[in-house]
Design a protein around this ligand. Structure first.
Ligand code: OAD
Length: 252
């Protein structure tokens, strides 16, 4: 395990790897002003996930859950991608076989220009009908009326919910399979800004490692992955990722 300096094999792998898989978590959006979940300022220090982010919480008090998600949407509406998001989008443009798997629901990777993207925990800007099978909507649905309605409703009459994955729920069909495939086939895996405690996302670096990939953690703090990673770069992703890009591809 290497902590700190950027080793040559990592720079070479960024430049030449046939397949690169990236997993991001809340930490990559921290420098944009989106709060993380854990840590001293984390959302789960102030709110209980079981009150706000489970199917049971929504069944019990949908208005409270909507209030929380509207508050988060308001906060996220005011933020923009940071240099870490942009560096990953530019790396994707240079490297064929680049897949970005994110646990974030804020949409900042897409806003930065990432295209080959798996949003493992959904997207906070979409609503989803609670009927079966569900209808999915982007944010336009209910726009303008949403503030007036406590619980927005689908055209079929069923309540809408944010199209995010809650605790105790499965991921959207196909997403986990796509993520596992990306990490199994990767030559290089970058794990950025995640506490590596929420599964199944936290299992992805192990999938890459077992298949022989170089696994790199980018995080200012230690995580359960730190001991397993081949390289650990301690620092904020908004600094480390542009620096990696500069070392591999040149530029400013
Ligand atoms: P966490 O809040 O658990 O972890 C954020 C990680 O980012 C921590 O390890 C921090 O050290 C690191 N970090 C903080 N600032 C950083 C920076 N500037 N650059 C790089 N890293 C930084 O967030 P996640 O791991 O994403 O799930 O949490 C996983 C899931 O738990 C979330 O997707 C969410 C949550 O409950 C659901 O809502 C289903």
């Amino acid at each position: 395990m290497i902590v700190g300096n950027v080793p040559r094999p990592l720079v070479d792998a960024l430049r030449t790897a046939g397949r690169i898989a990236v997993l991001t978590g809340a930490g990559i959006s921290a420098e944009s002003g989106v709060p993380t979940f854990r840590g001293p300022e984390g959302l789960w220090r102030r709110y209980r996930p079981e009150d706000l982010a489970t199917p049971l919480a929504f069944a019990r008090d949908p208005a409270l859950v909507w209030e929380w998600y509207r508050w988060r949407r308001q906060r996220m509406a005011a933020v923009s991608p940071n240099p870490g998001h942009f560096a990953l989008a530019r790396m994707e443009a240079r490297r064929p076989g680049f897949v970005l798997v994110t646990q974030n629901v804020d949409g900042l990777h897409a806003a930065a220009g990432s295209r080959n993207l798996v949003e493992l925990h959904g997207n906070i800007w979409r609503d989803r009908c609670t009927s079966r099978p569900p209808h999915r909507f982007d944010r336009q649905f209910g726009e303008g009326t949403e503030g007036a309605m406590e619980i927005p409703r689908c055209h079929c009459g069923a309540p809408l919910r944010p199209d995010v994955v809650w605790f105790g729920e499965g991921l959207a069909p196909g997403d986990l399979e796509a993520a596992i495939e990306a990490f199994r086939e990767a030559d290089l895996a970058l794990v950025v800004g995640t506490s590596s405690v929420v599964y199944p996302a936290a299992a992805l670096p192990g999938v890459a490692k077992s298949a022989g990939a170089l696994v790199v953690e980018i995080n200012p703090d230690e995580t359960p992955l730190s001991g397993e990673a081949d390289v650990v770069l301690r620092g904020p992703s908004g600094v480390v990722l542009p620096e990696l890009e500069r070392l591999a591809f040149g530029g400013a």
